[in-house]
Ligand binder design. Sequence first.
Ligand code: V1P
Ligand code: CA
Ligand code: ZN
Length: 401
Amino acid sequence: SNGITRPKGHTVSFHYNSGVEDMHFGKTHPMKPWRLTLTKHLVLGYGLQYAMDTYVAMPASKDQVRAFHDPDYVDFLKEVSPQTFRYQRFIPPKHEGDTVDLGPFNLSTSPGADCPVFDGMSEYLFLYTGATLAATNQLLTGQSDIAINWSGGLHHAHKSEASGFCYINDIVLAILDLLHLFPRVLYIDIDVHHGDGVEEAFQRQPRVMTLSYHRYGPYDETGHKFFPGTGDLADTGLKGTIGEHFALNVPIPSGIDDRQYKYLFESITARAIDAYKPKAIVLQCGADSLGGDRLGQFNINIKQHGECVSFVKKQGLPLLILGGGGYTARNVARAWCHETALATDNGANLPDRIPLDLVPRPQAFTGRAHGDGMLFPKFQRDHKNDCVEADLEYMVKRLEW
Ligand code: V1P
Ligand code: CA
Ligand code: ZN
């Protein structure tokens, strides 16, 4: 009827809990969980739920999160609220009116902080993690061949520290679970930022290969590094350990376009799979690598972003698909809906016209702090393209081993 069909030969599952949607990191904070509302409505609006098994995720347990994170940090994340936080470690302000409350574990309630403590934060964290672990379990039991959680993919979180909008590293937890069954797991990260938390967690581990594509290098005249500032081509795992050579980094200048990204992604990913022969793949699909992203500096279109997903899917291995960054909400929703369609072999079945009657109308959201106004107007912002062909060729060459 709507043209959406179930894929033949593989099962896709979709893991989500709408409880993640109502959270607000803060008025000026770029991370808007509301983008997940948009994604959900677009996926449902197109009828993609008929092409896959959909599950409402339960929150992760503290024990599950302790598989990677420090027990004290887990307790803290479970208990903390804006009301209780201030008293954890309050530094007296130098000037009247100042608030100085950079607390333990790199959390803060100060405006402008990367990792604020906000109302409902604890619920949000354990829900996105629960969805990733449920998706992982589907792959472990063989009930799904592809499992999707767009609310996951928070790749910067460390063992006992939040970083870059990430508090619980659901990716590391997922990979640890996959290692119970699969001898080698490949992690691929197309978020515009370096997947530092995942790389660090497995830097001594040859059973996990991490491969991140990211913006790298100075981004202004003052020499400020693009966040998080790591992920150099020369960083390939912890030297002197058996994990050395099992981390790959593809640093990319701003402005990379579809053709250039395709060349890099396909040649390097194919070579990595060929050499490593993974038995399962985790793909972090951060949508901040799209052109026009509020934080990103790449110039790739949804079509090419999706082709990365198709390329990985084509390998025919158990596949965990996660979200990540993405700060121009309408583009995030368009990309992740498109990629849900690709995962279920419905890439060609989405009509060009968005079923607007099924998408929440902007006026229904007025007065909320999500920031994004109109839905899906044409949007393009060109970044200066300083990615020269020679650089691309050099990176591919350097990564050949
Ligand atoms: O640049 C920084 C830090 C803060 N300064 C001390 C240096 N932080 C970035 C963090 C980006 C995180 C990306 C997460 C992900 O990879 C995965 C979910 O996408 C940052 C930026 C920026 N333009 O890079 N923080 C903020 N902007 C920010 C802006 C307003 C309010 C709060 C944070
Ligand atoms: Ca990346
Ligand atoms: Zn990012």
